[in-house]
Write a protein that binds this ligand. Structure first.
Ligand code: NIG
Length: 382
């Protein structure tokens, strides 16, 4: 039998459960790694332990559905050059590939552990981790094996870029064949960087279809550096999410609104690469659904902070605070096709963020201030 814990004194509770909505003066009972009860404090059942949160706001734990954490080295010099006016092209990915291939397993493991801990301290309770800095059969397989030690949400991104000197079509064939066979046992998802200079629509289609045939769910890096076929391809193939979406045409918006694919916005990338921010309002007004994720990686977005992404989404992408919080919790869950996370309701995973403040607008109003009092992951306080 597991011990039960009742969280009391919750000033404002965002549940994302349409029947419960937002509750004030609420309580939650946790039983092991699940939520057992949610409702007004005065009706809370007895539990083995009580945890008072002193009027703080409580949210579902953040679901970071896009991160590249298996790498070695950093690219601070490339970032500094960008701040001095250099454009971001994705070319630096190969620098990280060289450093990652040269690193031993424990170096990669320690790097992932450090970033996962950092994310958890900022309220993230589920994180997706991609490969993509190996680009050989052995190095991609190793990256996914390491990622699997930290999350069930692992993504095979052998098609991140074409390795230096390789023929694009021959490399695509390798990804679809030998590399996929080695990586699929360690992955839940397959992903491709669909962009000029990376993989074109035909290559993306071939890789995603091969991944799907191998039992993986599909997601796609789409429309990061310019307009292109990525978003519409993601919707056509039924990808769980189209990620970046920095450039969205009216047709892209219509496709997203009419399909089942989540648009995963990565505003920390637009911040770090000095790209324009996408206007999320256009998508939401058309009926599309959005997620917010960190895209933590050493090149285009070296942050694990979902609170920072929320602040950018509200200030620069025309989202309301409620929409941004939904996108960082339930939206991330939908982008991972999960119904047990991103929500506070009976039976859901006991993944919660307790804030120091009673008002989540403080993520934007008080930017950069540490507002996370504690992160609860599977019922355990972190
Ligand atoms: O999502 N776009 C492709 N991949 C990463 C960038 C990785 C890097 O620059 O190292 C992204 O932004």
């Amino acid at each position: 039998m597991t011990a039960t814990i009742v969280l009391t004194g919750i000033g404002e509770l965002t549940t994302n459960d349409p029947e419960l909505g937002t509750l004030h003066d609420a309580a939650i009972v946790l039983d092991g790694d699940r939520v057992a009860w949610v409702g007004p404090s005065r009706q809370a059942p007895a539990a083995d332990f009580q945890l008072g949160v002193m009027g703080g706001a409580v949210l579902p734990g953040f679901v970071d559905s896009h991160a590249h954490l298996v790498f070695a080295g950093d690219r601070a010099a490339e970032f500094a050059a960008r701040m001095a006016g250099e454009p971001y092209t994705g070319g630096g990915i190969r620098t990280t590939v060289a450093a990652t291939r040269a690193a031993d397993d424990d170096t990669l493991r320690l790097g992932v552990a450090r970033l996962v801990r950092e994310a958890q301290r900022q309220g993230t309770t589920t994180i997706e981790i991609k490969s993509g800095y190996g680009l050989t059969v052995a190095d991609e397989e190793r990256s996914l094996r390491v990622a699997r030690e930290y999350t069930a949400e692992t993504t095979f991104l052998g098609a991140h870029v074409v390795p230096a000197g390789a023929d694009p079509d021959a490399y695509t064939a390798l990804v679809c064949d030998e590399m996929l066979a080695a990586c699929a046992p360690h992955a839940r998802w397959v992903d491709v960087f669909c962009e000029r200079g990376a993989f074109d629509a035909d290559q993306c289609r071939a890789i995603l279809n091969a991944g799907h045939d191998a039992g993986l769910g599909m997601r796609l890096h789409a429309n990061q550096l310019g307009h292109g076929p990525g978003v519409q391809l993601a919707v056509e193939l039924g990808c769980a999410s189209a990620d970046h979406c920095t450039y969205l045409s009216d047709d892209d918006i219509a496709a997203l609104a009419g399909g089942d694919t989540i648009a995963t916005f990565l505003p920390a990338t637009d911040f770090s690469t000095r790209q324009p921010y996408p206007d999320a309002r256009r998508l939401l007004a058309a009926g599309g659904r959005a997620a917010l994720a960190s895209n933590c990686n050493p090149g285009s977005s070296y942050t694990t902070s979902i609170p920072f992404c929320i602040a950018l989404a509200v200030r620069d992408m025309n989202m309301t605070i409620d929409e941004a919080i939904w996108a960082a919790t339930a939206g991330g869950a939908a982008a991972l096709r999960r119904v047990d996370i991103g929500i506070v309701s009976t039976g859901a995973r006991a993944d919660l963020v307790v804030l120091e403040t009673d008002n989540p607008i403080d993520f934007v109003y008080r930017p950069g201030v540490p507002l996370i009092a504690s992160t609860i992951i599977g019922g355990s306080t972190f």
